[in-house]
Design a binder for this molecule. Sequence first.
Ligand code: ARG
Length: 452
Amino acid sequence: MTLWGGRFSQKLDGLAWALNTSLSVDQRMALQDVDGSIAWATAIHKAGILTDEEHASISLGLDSVKKEFASGQFAFVPSDEDIHTAVERRLNELIGATAGKLHTGRSRNDQVATDFRLWMLQAIPELTSAFNNLQFALVEQAEQAGETLMPGYTHLQRAQPILLAHWWLSHYWALKRDVDRLNDLTKRVSVLPLGSGALAGTPFTIDRDALAKSLGFAEVSQNSLDAVSDRDFAAEYLFVCSMSAVHLSKLAEQVVLYTTAEFGFFELSDAFSTGSSLMPQKKNPDVFELTRGKAGTLIGLLMGLMATVKGLPSTYDKDLQEDKAPVFQATDTLLSILPVKAAALRTMTINPERMRSAIDSTMMTTDLADYLVAKGVPFREAHSLAGKVVRAAGERKVRMEEMPLEMYQAIGPFEADVYQVFDPFESINKRNTVGGTSLQSVRNQIKKIKGE
Ligand code: ARG
């Protein structure tokens, strides 16, 4: 049975059917489809389309259908074109011809948009908690890192010393923005399209506000043409997924780098490493590489949907059926990455000595310039004099903290206290303004995160 066919004298070609059917994708919205139908039955009952008995029968029938889905008992048949057809077909088997009244005043166009939004409204909190779990892991690591130092980089060149905790938290804040974006999106997802009909609205006196409320939507759509064709929420969702995947890939790349023998800052636990089929010594960070790789796939999903909706004539076009697979794939991908990543970070070994030994005195050259600034030298000149110190030390092949005072004094107004600037803790703790890497600043960040 299809939900259409009256005007056709021939059955749909088998290959065309296979191309057209969306059941393999949209069966994932089964519970949402049934919930939408239960609410719709109430709305058309109130509008006088269903008698009390018909309404009761449809509601009971849909409850049974829902139970079948929830328990995995629901049996699809080959003629189920999509989830909407499957639900109505089953309802008909359970309650008979009254089932045929359910679709009054409704189209699959407003129905599918409703199901999809309902699905996303449950996916957002699920994703949020998976993100939160990883955020907690980052904060835990930051707390455990205490006063551990590490080199901070720009252009992947040693730049200035930072606290390892500061580095962990930098990833926390990026993910926080992703979670904020995800939750901000909720208000654009929580708009009910049902009651828009195929495109022009419904001719029955449907109380759309009550319908929205019963389904948990915050508001109703204001234009039926827009409502059945709007997929902005899906594109935005994919953007948020892609953006967060980019953040995750950035963290992943650094873990990959820092677990190399050359860096040796971190070591992954065996439970989150993989081996080589050929080289017995290998311990590979596949989990993190996959995070990096899948970010590319997620960006592709966003691009794909954008290209699908570009230039579509108003209102519903079958192209829009392509909207759900990328959203489901993006969600599944993130839900598979996030818990693994959290656990891999929690079980990683940190090597503070390696990080400490990667901090050399040249990384305090900015502090050397600031030292001169404190003595009244304009920063531009101080920058140049500190640069000369680096050059002089390089030429004489000595470390800056070992260069004799006379050599400093030959360059600028340095005094005996100059050697203090080469203490990386001094350097860190000077950066004590909000957002800086000082111990106090980092403690404040953690307090803020924990809402203390
Ligand atoms: N499977 C369709 C989709 O996902 C449902 C809407 C079908 N509407 C239609 N007019 N054929 O978009």
